[in-house]
Design a protein around this ligand. Structure first.
Ligand code: FES
Length: 56
């Protein structure tokens, strides 16, 4: 599923970045480029980050 339509970033890419050590939104922005245009994906990406961190 696409989370960031502006940059074509999927939930799978976000989860992979988290597995590889991105534990903050700032790290996710740097790793995937999500959120750097309209910003509408930020809340969804943050929810994925929080859910994934709870499972680690
Ligand atoms: Fe992510 Fe627009 S949907 S910046």
């Amino acid at each position: 599923m696409y989370v960031c339509l502006c940059n074509g970033v999927t939930d799978g890419q976000i989860k992979q970045s988290i597995q590889e050590g991105a534990t903050t939104m700032r790290a996710l922005y740097q790793e995937t480029n999500l959120g750097n245009q309209c910003g509408k994906c930020c809340q969804c990406a943050k929810k994925i980050l929080n859910d994934e961190l709870l499972q680690i």
